[in-house]
Design a protein around this ligand. Structure first.
Ligand code: ADP
Ligand code: MG
Length: 544
């Protein structure tokens, strides 16, 4: 029940009010200001009905006191004014009263005003309560948000740290790495990958992996990625390390060993894959060199073993055939038969000599020669050999190009190379021979097994038909020829073995329609620096 404090020095008025209000409110009354203060503090009523003119502390003073009191200031005060004075009413409202009731008191007005102001106070109280609880909610939520912000900051810091660590690993990894989504769209590309493919990260991000692989390889990659549902993850790892054909920015295809793994989803519904890979071109080139070397080794062993016996048998055949020729010189038919035997035996003998010279491990001539002089000496023979519509261009290094080699073998090698070039240019063209001194790059040294120091590079370039991959793979193989009966397939074998004997190396650059360049590296006399510790040689693969 709401409570009301009635303050009036006239008992008569107090009684009227008590009678009017007692049924609905808890009432306290007081006849003077001093007592009213005490009761107000003690009971803290919901409303005060306050007479203005009282002896001692009057209504205005009491109102001022109430409005300054921290606990009582919100209690609505209704003044009871005796004389109908507009000034008193205004003053009362200015001091903070909510209303005034004029005496003589009219019961319905008193009841109505009391009810209204108590209802207003209750509404105000509820409003206040709502505002207070809203304040509380806002404060609590603000605290929660601050905590959330703090937590998020810590998570972000951790993520940033992890990300920069990951970036550091990717940036410094020796293996090339890129990541893609399940549709093969490239999401990241590390510096090692940039180096291998010659694309910058910006050029490939957002592109499909197809930009990096041949069509078949990119289909294989996508097939692996598509099949990679978590339960098959181990299978993906098993199949990882597959060899694919990749394509550099300049369209050069090259072999790549690639491992693909799925990245943790981190709550995302999208799959992501990380691929790490190594460029196998260098390794493949080395393998090819080694394979070639071991094939030659086997050939030498084989040839050395049988050619002497074979030569002896040929000598016997030739001897008897010549005797036969003398005996049947008057019978042209028989003479022709014997002559064919002689010629075939002679061809066999030339071939076996060639084979024998190819299979030699050491040169018979171990003197130093200037390659420039050797080229100049043989230039006339080369010009005679080449057709008139083949232009021979010789550009020799201005300095001396001394190296230790067998001059006869050198001439044979140059003749073999130029004969092949001539054959490759049936409609004419140009053949350039040039020499220069250079220090091979580290890569050249590793692939060609060259020593540290200067080399003479003799280049023989023609503008002929060029060679496809298949021919290039078998180029130095003994008896490999594309010329049918016109070829022996021993020319390039001779060149290769001669280069081995001269402690040099040979490489070829050729493609169909683009001509061919042969590069012959000879160690410059006195220029080689002995290596501290030679690398242990890997086991040669058995020759195919
Ligand atoms: P042959 O000349 O008897 O065929 P070689 O060993 O000299 O044997 O050469 C082997 C093969 O290499 C040739 O048949 C030819 O197909 C290819 N070849 C060599 N040199 C060249 C060249 N300059 N241009 C094109 N093809 C070449
Ligand atoms: Mg030849």
């Amino acid at each position: 029940m709401p409570s009301i404090l009635i303050v009036d020095d006239e008992r008569f008025h107090t009684d009227i009010l008590i009678n009017l209000l007692k049924n609905n409110y808890q009432l306290f009354s007081s006849t003077n200001g001093k007592e009213a203060k005490e009761k107000a503090e003690r009971h803290q009523p919901d409303l005060i009905l306050l007479d203005i003119s009282m002896p001692g502390i009057n209504g205005f003073d009491l109102c001022i006191w109430l409005k300054e009191h921290p606990l009582l200031c919100d209690i609505p005060v209704i003044f009871l004014t005796g004389k109908n004075s507009i000034e008193d009413e205004i003053k009362g409202l200015e001091l903070g009263a909510v209303d005034y009731i004029t005496k003589p008191l009219s019961p319905p007005i008193v009841k109505a005003r009391v009810r209204t102001h108590l209802a207003l106070k209750e509404a105000h109280r509820k409003e206040q309560q709502r505002a207070d609880s809203l304040d509380e909610i806002v404060t609590q939520r603000t605290q929660e948000l601050l905590k959330e912000i703090e937590d998020r900051k810590i998570i972000e810091q951790t993520l940033r740290r992890q990300e920069s660590e990951l970036r550091m690993i990717l940036d410094n990894a020796l293996a090339g790495m890129f990541s893609t989504d399940e549709n093969g769209i490239i999401l990241s590309f590390n510096p090692a990958a940039e180096k291998i493919f010659a694309y910058s990260e910006n050029e490939v991000i957002g592109q499909k992996v197809g930009i990096l692989f041949t069509e078949t390889s990119s289909q294989n990659y996508m097939r692996d990625v598509k099949q990679c549902v978590p339960k098959e993850r181990s299978e993906l790892f098993e199949r990882s390390g597959m060899e694919v054909m990749a394509i550099r920015k300049n369209n050069e295809p090259f072999p790549l060993q690639i491992l693909v793994a799925e990245l943790p989803s981190n709550g995302s519904s999208h799959q992501r894959f990380i691929s790490s890979f190594f460029d196998l071109s260098f390794q493949k080139q080395q393998e090819r060199q080694l394979f070639q070397f071991s094939k030659m080794e086997s050939l030498s062993a084989l040839a050395g073993g049988i050619i002497h016996d074979y030569n002896n048998m040929l000598a016997v055949i030739l001897g008897y055939a010549e005797l036969l020729q003398m005996k049947v010189k008057h019978d042209p038919v028989l003479f022709n038969y014997a002559d064919t035997i002689v010629k075939s035996a002679e061809r066999g003998s030339t071939l076996s000599k060639k084979l024998l010279s190819i299979s030699q491990r050491d040169s018979s001539d171990k003197n130093q020669h200037d390659i420039n002089h050797l080229v100049v000496d043989i230039q006339q023979i080369l010009e005679n050999l080449l057709d008139v519509d083949i232009q021979l261009d010789v550009q020799l290094a201005p300095t001396s190009c001394q190296t230790q080699l067998d001059a006869g073998d050198f001439n044979d090698a140059l003749l073999n190379l130029c004969t092949n070039a001539k054959y490759a240019m049936p409609k004419g063209g140009s053949l350039s021979i040039s020499s220069k001194i250079l220090e091979p790059s580290n890569e050249e040294k590793q692939i060609l097994q060259l020593q540290k120091g200067d080399y003479i590079l003799l280049s023989i370039t023609d503008t002929g038909t060029g060679m496809n991959e298949e021919v290039l793979a078998k180029l130095f193989d003994p008896f490999y020829t594309t010329k049918g009966k016109d070829g022996t397939g021993l020319g390039m074998t001779q060149v290769y073995n001669f280069m081995q004997r001269s402690h040099g190396a040979i490489t070829v650059d050729s493609s169909p329609g683009k001509g061919s360049s042969f590069y012959l590296y000879f160690p410059l006399a006195g220029a080689l620096v002995s290596e501290p510790e030679p690398e242990p040689e890997p086991e040669p693969e058995p020759a195919a």
